[in-house]
Design a protein around this ligand. Structure first.
Ligand SMILES: [Fe+2]
Ligand SMILES: [Fe+2]
Length: 311
């Protein structure tokens, strides 16, 4: 029998699966979830706790898997769907995370890039339509410290911040969302554990860490299908407005405005997911730690956004 890999991030929501799902252990495929069951609740959590990114289906189930995906997605983005908002958000989050993973794993694949770009716009429109959607995204814990999940969280924070800054051009918002999804492209390929305070990195790790924006952008610069704005976000998202960020030490006037937004939004999820700062302390921590590094207007607005959406 031959097996095909599927991404765990596509398995969201309460819809019963239309295929058998396997995990691969020591070159053996073990049936994990049967057709007719769903990945709701603890089943998915347990997979994430094991840091499992891919599962498998038998080749003859590919059509059924595609059907499950289409069905899920059509519900997620349909406001009239009978599914709960929580379920629809989980599917939208998973679809967006999957698209980011596809690009980070296969950056040379221009079809994967355009799918992620289309998906980024759909995600922006979803967030604009669903007032409470953003809250559910923030409440989806990034259990396995996934770089792509982090990208989705930063993307939704960036879109929320942009709305408050009066940016409503859909092309700009699409590039902002896509750049935020992919901003830590290089971490996807490096072995450094970023899920801890940066001060805990040893000197060798710090050298690699400080290069991640530039290495990421360099790795992508010959890929003609990447938008310049996305490359700017990847290379400039660790810069500070006072010129004391990295890798180039660009000050505010030299930094792409979209990268400035992602840089600020990124700090929220760094504190929340990677440094485990409690939600009710986030707004205050953000101001204390990063005033002078990011525009005050960004930090204040992000604080208000966070306080508005208490879990
Ligand atoms: Fe980064
Ligand atoms: Fe990041």
């Amino acid at each position: 029998m031959s097996y095909l890999p599927i991404r765990v991030s596509t398995l969201r929501g309460d819809q019963p699966i239309e295929f058998d799902a396997y995990v691969k252990i020591n070159d053996k495929y073990i049936l994990y979830l049967r057709r007719g069951d769903s990945f709701e609740g603890t089943r998915l959590t347990r997979l994430k706790e094991k840091n499992l990114k891919k599962m498998f289906i038998v080749e003859s189930d590919e059509k059924n898997y595609r059907h499950y995906l289409d069905h899920n997605i059509s519900h997620a983005f349909d406001k009239t769907s009978p599914k709960t908002l929580q379920n629809r958000v989980e599917i939208a989050q998973g679809a967006t995370q999957t698209a980011a993973e596809e690009v980070m794993e296969n950056p040379e694949d221009s079809a994967a890039y355009s799918a992620a770009k289309d998906g980024a716009l759909r995600f922006v429109e979803f967030l604009q339509r669903e007032d409470e959607g953003f809250l559910h995204i923030l409440n989806m814990e990034n259990i396995d410290n996934s770089v792509a999940h982090h990208g989705v969280t930063v993307s939704s924070l960036s879109v929320a911040l942009a709305a408050r800054l009066g940016i409503n051009d859909s092309k700009q918002l699409q590039l902002l969302s896509l750049g935020a999804l992919l901003h830590d492209f290089e971490h996807f390929h490096s072995s450094i554990n970023i899920a801890r305070p940066i001060t805990h990195l040893n000197p060798q790790e710090m050298v690699v860490y400080k290069e991640h924006p530039l290495l990421g952008a360099r790795r992508l610069q010959d890929k003609r299908h990447f938008d310049q704005a996305v490359l700017n976000i990847i290379s400039q998202h660790e810069e500070y407005i006072d010129g004391k960020g990295f890798p180039m030490g660009l000050n505010q006037s030299k930094t792409d405005p979209l990268a400035l937004i992602v840089a600020s939004a990124n700090k929220v999820d760094r504190l929340m997911t990677f440094e485990k700062v409690p939600r009710d302390e986030l707004a205050r921590k953000l101001l204390i730690r990063y005033t002078g590094c990011h525009p005050l207007e960004h930090l204040k607005n992000l604080g208000e956004i966070l306080n508005q959406f208490k879990p």
